[in-house]
Write a protein that binds this ligand. Structure first.
Ligand SMILES: Nc1nc2c(c(=O)[nH]1)N[C@H]1C(S)=C(S)[C@@H](COP(=O)(O)O)O[C@H]1N2
Ligand SMILES: [Mo]
Length: 327
């Protein structure tokens, strides 16, 4: 049995801490909603989720999502940690580099090209992208392949809502995402740590799954630059690197795209990259993870869950596949 911390001289069991944290995060959620006078009101009868950030950036609230699995009842990772411990190699490889350097990114004006195997290709401006579907708040776990995780209240809508607009053809078996690579805005692009631009891909059914989020915000505000402003993917059952930041192009393709990480190390980063505690990274185990913010003296690593805890929602997508081969 592990003990997490001492409080008023009492030792608190991990089981008690967990329910306590869930309670605290629910209460904070309600407090936020109360401050805005929205408790129990809700537009269209929906409960409004109002998880507020520090108010430094424009507000972007979302209604609490009704998508199955969209709200993890675990303590939220602090806004400060979510925005200061990042992977965004276009701004440097240190965890603190994106927060330090991403002020040079200009998230407006912005547009995304949608092309390839679809009936309605086109270029969408950010204001149109923001209006494609109602904004929802989704509390997802995000687990990095490096072995740390966070719980983040994202704001956005299902990527499928946007993809549908372009009317993908029968040949659209995969979707490729390309992100901004501009040396003038992104100092890290001068290094050759990755083959720029950053490219990621999903199978079309993964891209259309309601949990796959086109995110525009977090903590009730627009995305901070270091988290992938003005829009990024969040694919909660896959390792974090599949969640491409600052997207500029979405392409429907017939053949499986090659991601930048697969190009960099084919044996380490497969196309699927589903969170899987049974398939180790060649250089380290994936059985456990460190929750950012829980790194005190008594913090213990958490068991990593199959599909990052989203197995009930996405397991069927991989029925019959050998997940050791398709890692
Ligand atoms: N364009 C781009 N997107 C990216 C990355 C990157 O380096 N460049 N890093 C990925 C990795 S490894 C992770 S873990 C997540 C981190 O997202 P966060 O900083 O919002 O937690 O972003 C992903 N998206
Ligand atoms: Mo990552």
């Amino acid at each position: 049995m592990h003990f997490h911390r001492q409080r008023h001289g009492q030792r608190i069991l991990s089981s008690e801490i967990t329910s306590r944290e869930v309670y605290d995060s629910r209460r904070d959620w309600l407090k936020g909603a109360g401050a805005l006078g929205l408790v129990g009101l809700g537009l269209n009868g929906e409960a409004r989720a109002q998880t507020a950030g520090p108010g430094k950036l424009p507000k972007l609230p979302g209604a609490r999502s009704s998508v199955a699995g969209a709200t993890v009842m675990e303590k939220l990772t602090a806004y400060k940690d979510v925005t200061s411990y990042n992977n965004f190699y276009e701004f440097g490889t240190d965890k603190g580099a994106p927060a330090e350097n991403a002020h040079t990114l200009k998230p407006r004006p912005w547009s995304v090209v949608i092309e390839g195997e679809c009936a309605k290709p086109g270029r969408y401006g950010l204001d149109d992208l923001l209006k494609v579907a109602a904004m929802e708040e989704r509390v997802y776990r995000l687990r990095c392949v490096e072995g740390w995780s966070m719980v983040i209240p994202w704001v956005g809508y299902s990527l499928g809502e946007l993809l549908k607009k372009a009317e993908p053809t029968g040949k659209a078996k995969y979707v490729e995402f390309t992100t901004l690579a501009d040396k003038a805005q992104m100092p890290g692009v001068r290094s050759n740590v990755l083959d720029w631009p950053y490219v990621e891909g999903l199978r079309i059914d993964e891209a259309m799954h309601p949990l796959t989020l086109m995110a525009f915000g977090l903590y009730g505000e627009v995305l901070p630059n270091q988290n992938g402003a003005p829009l990024r993917l969040v694919v909660p059952w896959k390792y974090g690197f599949k969640s491409a930041k600052s997207i500029v192009k979405i392409r429907f393709v017939e053949k499986q795209p090659t991601s930048s990480w697969t190009k960099a190390a084919q044996q380490e980063y497969g196309f699927y990259s589903n969170v899987n505690p049974q398939v180790d990274h060649p250089r380290w185990s994936q059985a456990t993870e460190r929750r950012i913010g829980e790194d005190g003296l008594f913090a213990k690593r958490r068991q990593t869950l199959m599909f990052n805890g989203y197995e009930a929602q996405v397991g069927q997508l991989y029925a019959g596949m050998d997940l050791k081969k398709n890692f």
